[in-house]
Design a protein around this ligand. Structure first.
Ligand code: HEC
Ligand code: HEC
Ligand code: HEC
Ligand code: HEC
Ligand code: HEC
Ligand code: HEC
Length: 432
């Protein structure tokens, strides 16, 4: 039987990886635990039968799905699940028929939005427009679940990463090799990973135990076999999520404490979006783009359109998050919360980052924006705009049902906003 070079590598690597797995003790419900999960969660241990090999498909390493993304979604999507549930990041097609939004409300956003296309008004007319599903975020390839590559763009805007190679493993390391050490540095080998480092409840790294990097993201030198043309140059960001992160925000925000380095990490694939030179930059972002005192003051005062009565101790909104400008994990862990208890706003050490405006996975709006930047009003006459309301102009509802619009606001009541609420750019710039 002819073995591909990859199959030959499999057994030595298997031995080392199993050693790593068995040296850490994990809570039962955990799978990755900040590092490499049980091999059989993703790989079938049966070697392919002779005759089935050599096709050059992704199955040469016997993943349990047809491709890496489908392998992830075996656990990260659950058919029939219509409520936000732990680590699910996508809603199945049958659970989100027309007018019904995707259900998952994690900080990254539900990939189901990629399958929601909208059209409104008179085609080609002033009140008409469209918002195709593939514009709503990162089009990961996962064929078993009908997720296909972006057809409209061939590469990452502001970079070279090819759209047809984009998968979960383009951003997350499936083997979770990157680890955070006690001195704050990030490495790929060395002392073992004891647990996830993503949470406010995660242990701190010590002299002989590391923790996983934020969300198993790839660090310096990372590239999957799908595309190795531009290995990452920036390590994962410093950030901490509350343990309960996938939930409606009608009774308080889910606050991920973003510390620093998110924009730099995104720029592994979108370098021109960060740099001051070259085309493509949409808005300044990054560790160096600190809030001026005017921006910080606006954020803290801004409650809603026309209401600037807020104060710094309660001004935080997860619709417009910012980085705290620190990698101090004690501070980050104390700030991450989903109880509504941590609502303090920014100061002049805070900075604007890509995720101040975008979601990492997908959203209900073009370019994975957190809110609709293409309509005048986010709330119209005290209600979320929806096509079922004939009093709402089509250029305001933009083809979405009210329930869909509300879901993009993570189920916040409209009382969080003004009767006629304008763009959340105003949270920092307070023009209206
Ligand atoms: C969370 C899912 C997941 C787990 C758990 C996992 N793998 Fe993988 N593995 C993958 C994916 C996806 C690829 C394809 C990576 C690529 O194409 O770059 C892969 C590729 C490989 C390869 C090919 C070489 C490489 O790194 O690209 C080997 C060998 C391998 N895995 C061994 C293991 C062993 C041994 C374990 C258990 C200790 C394990 N894997 C656990 C998902 C996983
Ligand atoms: C066998 C089921 C299973 C598979 C397959 C699986 N996951 Fe997970 N994943 C989980 C569970 C359970 C959790 C929550 C517990 C944990 O983190 O260990 C999780 C958590 C995560 C997290 C958050 C971890 C952290 O520490 O912050 C990421 C990111 C993630 N998965 C990505 C992936 C990717 C990418 C793949 C495919 C390469 C994948 N998962 C495949 C079950 C799975
Ligand atoms: C473009 C890069 C990218 C891709 C592609 C990607 N992720 Fe993520 N993922 C991230 C980032 C960044 C975060 C952290 C988001 C935050 O905290 O705001 C994240 C967060 C997560 C989490 C934690 C829950 C959440 O939404 O915050 C899970 C689980 C996860 N990803 C799994 C997956 C799976 C499974 C896939 C493929 C179906 C995938 N990711 C594709 C970048 C990516
Ligand atoms: C591994 C490479 C990679 C990383 C890392 C990455 N992206 Fe992307 N991104 C792409 C590719 C490829 C596309 C084009 C294909 C698509 O839109 O599906 C894209 C498209 C986008 C788009 C346009 C979406 C649309 O439909 O208009 C936005 C916005 C975006 N990325 C933001 C981010 C942010 C924010 C981060 C960091 C959290 C990030 N990206 C990290 C590869 C990446
Ligand atoms: C202050 C808000 C904001 C920040 C911060 C921001 N963006 Fe954007 N981004 C936007 C808006 C608004 C658009 C849509 C622009 C348009 O339609 O012309 C956009 C569009 C994009 C696109 C699609 C571009 C295209 O050609 O269609 C990408 C990719 C992108 N942003 C990536 C990033 C990355 C990466 C970062 C961080 C380095 C970032 N953005 C920071 C608001 C922001
Ligand atoms: C999280 C806070 C935040 C949000 C939200 C935000 N901005 Fe900004 N914006 C900043 C910061 C910080 C600067 C840097 C200059 C400064 O301090 O005024 C800036 C600068 C700008 C500039 C000057 C551009 C330049 O190159 O110097 C423009 C124009 C702008 N923002 C427009 C927007 C628009 C449009 C949106 C909504 C899509 C938006 N901003 C959302 C924080 C924000």
């Amino acid at each position: 039987m002819a073995r591909s070079p990859r199959n030959r590598q499999f057994f030595p690597l298997l031995a080392t990886l199993i050693l790593v797995v068995t040296t850490c003790s994990d809570p039962v419900e955990a799978f990755h635990s900040g590092g490499v999960g049980d091999c059989i969660g993703c790989h079938s241990m049966h070697r392919p039968d002779p005759g089935q090999t050599g096709t050059g498909t992704d199955n040469s390493i016997s993943l349990t799905g047809s491709d890496p993304g489908s392998t992830c979604l075996k656990c990260h999507l659950a058919v029939g699940e219509k409520r936000p549930t732990f680590h699910l990041v996508a809603t199945a097609d049958g659970d989100m028929p027309s007018g019904v939004p995707p259900a998952q409300l994690s900080p990254g956003g539900d990939f189901g939005w990629l399958k929601k296309s909208y059209r409104w008004g008179t085609w080609g007319g002033e009140d008409g427009g469209s918002s195709p599903g593939e514009r709503h975020g990162h089009n990961i390839v996962a064929l078993d679940y009908r997720f296909a590559a972006d057809t409209g763009r061939t590469t990452a805007p502001g970079g070279t990463f090819p759209s047809n190679s984009l998968s979960c493993i383009s951003c997350h390391d499936p083997h979770g090799k990157y680890r955070r050490l006690a001195d704050g540095s990030i490495g790929k080998t060395g002392i073992p990973i004891q647990a996830s480092g993503s949470y406010n409840t995660s242990p701190d790294p010590s002299g002989d135990r590391a923790v996983g990097v934020y969300r198993l993201l790839g660090g310096k030198g990372y590239a999957s076999s799908l595309y190795d043309g531009a290995p990452f140059t920036a390590d994962p960001p410093a950030a901490v999520s509350p343990e309960n992160y996938n939930r409606p925000e009608d009774h308080g925000d889910t606050r991920v404490a973003y510390g620093k380095g998110m924009s730099e990490w995104c720029s592994n694939c979108h370098p021109a979006q960060l740099g001051g030179t070259g085309g493509g930059k949409t808005h300044p972002a990054g560790n160096d783009i600190k809030f001026s005192s005017a921006v910080a003051a606006n954020y803290n005062a801004y409650v809603a359109s026309g209401n600037l009565t807020g104060n710094p101790s309660t001004s935080y909104s997860s619709m417009v998050p910012f980085e705290m400008g620190t990698a101090d994990y004690a501070l980050l862990k104390g700030t991450a919360a989903s109880t509504g208890s941590q609502r303090a706003g920014p100061g002049t050490s805070s900075n604007v980052m890509c995720l101040s405006c975008h979601r990492a996975h997908a959203s209900g709006w073009d370019h994975a924006m957190r809110w609709n930047t293409k309509s005048e009003f986010l709330v119209f006459n005290g209600k979320y705009p929806g096509v079922e309301d004939i009093e709402v102009p089509s250029r305001i509802s933009e083809g979405r049902a009210r329930a869909e619009t509300r879901k993009t606001h993570y189920d916040r009541p409209t009382t969080a906003y003004a009767t006629y609420q304008r763009s959340l750019c105003n949270k920092c710039h307070a023009k209206d």
